[in-house]
Design a protein around this ligand. Sequence first.
Ligand code: UGA
Length: 475
Amino acid sequence: MKISVIGAGYVGLTTDACLSQIGHDVFCSESDIDKLSKLQSGVMPLFEPHLEKVIEDARRSGRLHFGATAEAIDWGRAIFICVGTPPLANGDADLSAIEGVARAIAKRASGYRLVVEKSTVPVQTGSQLRKHLSKHNTNGLDYDVASNPEFLREGSSVEDFLHPDRIVVGVDSARAAQLLREIYEPIITQRFTCPLHADCPKRNDPVFLVTDTGSAELIKHASNSFLAMKISFINMVANLCEVVGADVTKVAQGMGLDPRIGPAFLSPGIGFGGFCFPKDVQAFIRIAQKSGCDFSLLKEVEKINQRRIEEFVEKVRQELWVVRGKKIAVWGLAFKPNTDDVRFAPSIALVKSLMAEGADVRAYDPEAMEKAKSDLPNISYCSDPYQAAEGADAIVIVTEWDEFRQVNWKRLRSTVEHPLVIDGRNMFVPEEISRHGFRYISVGRNSVVPSQSAIADVNGQRATEANEDVQESLA
Ligand code: UGA
């Protein structure tokens, strides 16, 4: 089918790439001229695993084109709207980009179009879209509006698109449901060439759920808010564990074994970030408020999350006493691993807070440093975790990149000034880190001090170094 996608962010690009991969002819438009020319010349404007290759293959095979919005409107029988819906100051989603696209479609298109909202939008956006399309309809446009929320996680968006648990479509006509079923048929039946695995291990047929538009819109906001609630819940349990001396990882494991709860999204840390959860929780609170429902539960979820940074900075203060002048290695800036996205990343607020207290921050992230520079222009950016840790009074772990699991602790021990790790993501088994001579502070677990043998080793090394210093000064 000829399909258009408007907007080339994470969601738009993944949608383009995957719809082409399953056999459709896709035209993607992007209003940011700079980004558009990058895409037209084969340069990826963002980092997302596998996406570049799938896009490149689709472009080469002639099934994916990039261009202007007007061309996209002319191209597709179905038009997927994937533009941004950033938060306004009052927490509402800013729908001006969606409105702009709707007006452009209504004024330009003639004949039939299925207009699909894929961007995350508040409930009743579909009805507004319908009204807007009729109001500006000048060329005899015949249309359906559908909601088809995305459940794509950054870092695994291609996998999530091609092997979803569910495809939700909210429609107001049988024609729209039929068209969307046709579009997704290869994914529903899992019959397509998987670009990720030759012998794909994740071929479970997803559920194709057809609802009314409002319910589909709510499914998206309710899902993200529920997941955010799980995170805030486990973060509070972590706080309690710290006070009573329990281990939150064991508590989460025990809870997660109940299939009604499930183990996912029970990892405590420095709070949820990214361009989805913080804004979607906020928007859902506003939607409820405007509809006369006081969703105070979610207000608490938000408050707990906002407190995480200050609580974590307090851990740093407890360890360093005075933060001013201390060298702090920050490992990880992206809001989560496998992405270069730093929008609403906990790292930004955390580093700003450490800087405000006079810390000397040296950061390293495998992918996100370029994007962090506009928010954090005054810190040192390092080429690897060791360089960041040179002379450090503390290593602070903010993003759980796999690269950090591979570090050589012995090498690190001789690099830092003080062997202290404050881990906001519970990446390590505490005893393992203490065996390497580090004091290890994590979330919702007891702090561990270096083991006696490690202290003895370190003291031995220190004594030799001190002796050498004395000899040097005498000479
Ligand atoms: C989220 C949802 O998971 C997707 O289903 C949804 O489509 C997407 O938002 C969206 O609305 O577009 P994403 O923001 O990419 O995806 O990232 P998640 O993996 O959900 O993580 C969100 C935040 O929660 C991250 O900061 C992560 O570190 C944090 N998190 C996650 C925890 O602190 N603990 C956990 O147990 C899980």
